[in-house]
Design a protein around this ligand. Structure first.
Ligand code: ADP
Length: 350
């Protein structure tokens, strides 16, 4: 208990709380002084000043009335002082509680931020260490060999380059996460334009995994930043291709989840995601055990969905997930619908 109290006194909360309490008490005492000064002068002004009852007058009716009134004023002042003391005591107790609440209110988001930054640095260091260790080990093994053939040397260099590529991808992704305050260039954009750009990005990967992408989207207009929306959709498509069984198709459709929004839905027939994991996969560096064991570090770093969610939210939208284990998943990029004048004519023409 004593340890907890002394820990509290050393904490940032207690320091900030004392600062707030000091401000509250300075204000309260100053206010009390002003009240006392004005009330005291008002009380004194009640005394008649016609010279009949001035203090020091010879005793008589007027002199006694004067003393009586003086005593009343002094009593009134005493009472005022007592009341102001009580008021400040109450302020001290109430102020302490209020200062504590205010201190926590101020510090909570800062602490959460620092914690998340610390976690990010530690997770990032961990992810960066893996390819660095691989580079170090392969070079050390190669150096220890008495005779290194040209073919072996080429193999080591190839391995090193693959690891450097992984490092580059990771650092680029991390920079994207940190630099999330780039202003969005929002304008009415056709869903087909976003889809076709994403398909171009993802085509080599889909071809490599023999996953067909069936585009059934309708050409709605959304209010989006073309580059960011394309990036978010590419992340969803990349995952769908990555986690789909070879030969299975990934289907793209458009949906209207709510009035004023359009969603581009990416459905796959992959392993699906357990309910208990559906929230976690949107957090930084989270990868399911299955994804780690099947795809290793070549699969990704568990950053993609967080970036996609961040992009969607900055648009005022979200990434919606529907998934059944063993059947597959549908990730939808929900964006605000555009209300451009050309929308009606555009929809009709397509
Ligand atoms: P990663 O680069 O590891 O794919 P993401 O943030 O994009 O990182 O995804 C996080 C995790 O979510 C993945 O490791 C995987 O476990 C799960 N996941 C994402 N998309 C799918 C999908 N289409 N099917 C099944 N699991 C998925």
């Amino acid at each position: 208990m004593i340890e907890q109290i002394s820990e509290f006194w050393r904490s940032q909360t207690s320091r900030l709380m004392l600062v707030y309490l000091l401000i509250i008490m300075v204000m309260s005492i100053s206010y009390s002084l002003v009240i006392y000064a004005t009330s005291a002068s008002q009380l004194e002004r009640q005394l008649p000043t016609n010279g009949l009852i001035e203090v020091g007058q010879p005793s008589g009716l007027t002199g006694r009335v004067g003393e009586y009134l003086q005593a009343l004023v002094a009593e009134g002042k005493q009472e005022l002082i007592v009341r102001l003391y009580v008021l400040n005591l109450v302020m001290l107790i109430f102020g302490a509680a209020l200062s504590f609440v205010l201190a926590r209110w101020t510090l909570d988001p800062i602490e959460r931020n620092v914690e998340s930054q610390t976690r990010f640095v530690s997770d990032a260091s961990h992810e960066l260490r893996t390819p660095l260790t691989a580079i170090q080990t392969s070079n050390e093994v190669a150096l220890r060999k008495k005779k290194l053939t040209l073919a072996e040397a080429r193999m080591v260099i190839k391995q090193n380059l693959a690891d450097v590529d992984r490092l580059q991808r990771l650092t680029t992704t991390m920079l994207e996460l940190v630099a999330d305050d780039r202003p969005l260039d929002l304008s009415p954009v056709h869903v087909h334009d976003i889809v076709s750009r994403s398909l171009t990005d993802i085509a080599p990967r889909a071809l490599e995994r023999q996953v067909e992408i069936d585009d059934q989207t309708k050409n709605r207009l959304v209010l989006a930043d073309m580059a960011s929306a394309t990036q978010a959709l590419t992340i969803l498509l990349d995952n769908a291709v990555k986690y789909s069984p070879v030969g299975q198709a990934v289907v793209l459709t458009t949906k209207r989840p709510r009035r004023g929004t359009w969603a581009i839905a990416v459905s796959d027939r992959g392993p699906g995601i357990d309910k208990s994991e559906q929230k976690k996969i949107f957090t930084r560096f989270y990868r399911s055990d299955q994804a780690r064991s099947r795809h290793g570090s070549s699969g990704g770093y568990g950053l993609g969905l967080e970036i996609a969610q961040m992009i969607a939210r900055r648009h005022g939208g979200l990434i919606d997930l529907r998934s059944t284990v063993g059947k597959g998943s549908t990730f939808s990029l929900v964006l605000p619908a555009a209300r451009a004048k050309s929308a009606a004519s555009d929809d009709a023409s397509r």
